[in-house]
Design a protein around this ligand. Sequence first.
Ligand code: C2O
Ligand code: CU
Length: 553
Amino acid sequence: GRVHNYTWEVSYQYKYLDCYKKLAIAINGITPGPAIYAVQGDTIIVNVVNNLVMENVAIHWHGIRQIGTQWSDGTDGVTQCATMPGDTFTYKFVVDRPGTYMYHSHYGMQRESGLYGIIRVFLPKGQPEPFPFPYHYDRHIILSDWYHRNPYERAANLSSIPFQWVGEPQSLLINGRGKYNCSLLGSTADSEVCNLKNPACFPAVLTVIPGKIYRYRIASLTSLSSFSFQIEGHSMTVVEADGTYVEPFVTQNLYIYSGETYSVLVKATQDPTRNYWATVNVVSRRPATPDGLAIFNYYPNHFHKFPPTKPPPGPLWNDAESRINQSLTIKALKGRVESPPKTTDRVIVLLNTQNTIDGYYRWSLNNVSHSLPATPYLIALKKSISDVFDQTPAPESYSPDYDIFSVAKNTNATSSTSIHRLVFNSTVDIILQNANTMTKNNSETHPWHLHGHDFWVLGYGSGKFNNETDVGKYNLDNPIMKNTVPLHSYGWTALRFRADNPGIWLFHCHIESHFFMGMMVLFESGSEMVSEPPQANMGCGATKRFIDNTTPA
Ligand code: C2O
Ligand code: CU
């Protein structure tokens, strides 16, 4: 394959993404960052130059398995020491499968500040996609949410007593564009800070030629929100999810959770004399953010011409049933997705709860809230430094009499750096079990993401997972393979994966603040097979001693 070599300067820049002037983290001046276009088998080299002045950085390539290149997974505290201001870190990896992936910051609460983008991997020339009908154009849509508070403030608020929640986002963005209601700022707002007439804040435009068929690769990089996406008057045929082919299905609106990608086919065959709305609205949490809007523009209508109709309202935020139905609808495309092993070697159950530890608000799995050690795990493992993380195995079940419907107390919750060690090449099932939060009658949706692997989604259910009756209902016939999957409120989600990628990998809730508050576990397997760590990944915690200081910089 080809080698793509990029140099990315990461820096803060003033942007008007939703009309409000705010510092965003840009790559070579833009946010979302540059899209990566590659063909299956190509090598990607990215030299990340940290020009953030006062902040470290690390970039994760979400959905890329990093086979043989764990050093490039880009996870602060796991695979590398974050890159300091003024330094450059080089990521190098192969995009071994076609499909739609993404990249984003994996340091602190930085992702939400705009440090993200899409990765589009094409099939080699001459190989057709196994879609129900061909398409003429291939486009992408990046969905995100946007806060006006900076990442330091949000991170400090979450980790202080009293706890201060980040709250709902100020705006929803489509391809980096949204619209804040400047009048909310009151009379203090000057037009330089917030101005709806600023051309920089005009909605995103998706232009189509009448009669043509478009493939849209849709990626959700939200920090909090779950979305419903739709294009007024147009149905979508879903054909890809997280880089694997799905049995095509037609829908009016696509539910998409943080960390997921989908490809949909859209026919531009409606009345071509007008424009339409493309919208996103928040689902699964009571929305406090106006819907995000883009213009679905039929050429040659002017792309700034607003559609003559009101934007479609989208589904009700609390219509859980229709979200679960979509989750259940997504199946693997026959013959194009590997089947799961029929049995498993191990079952790990993870109870998702919210709790306090010493007065701090945290999220826990089986009553353990995770914290990242100062020494990245991978280097600790390779260099046999055992005293930098907790060596007792992380718990893999919870008390059978725990009531998932009552307000969580979990007074015995603890914080730990412990990990799950898996036998290399073994088959592992994960049962994600949801529960009530610390608020009455509330259970949140959590999109769970696994690094370094795809998993089969064997089933979803409501209430408490029942070992006697639910295992028999697993879909072992045509389960989809994904890297991110929702855990619905008061429900369970069952996954199966093969621990066949040597190293240590994160499995976490993709809601940035939940991850920040400890909602993660780590899976280690075959890390002895990973090659010697490059010095570039070291420099922090106990890894300082391995840095060769004999040669002046
Ligand atoms: Cu897209 Cu570890 O995350
Ligand atoms: Cu979560």
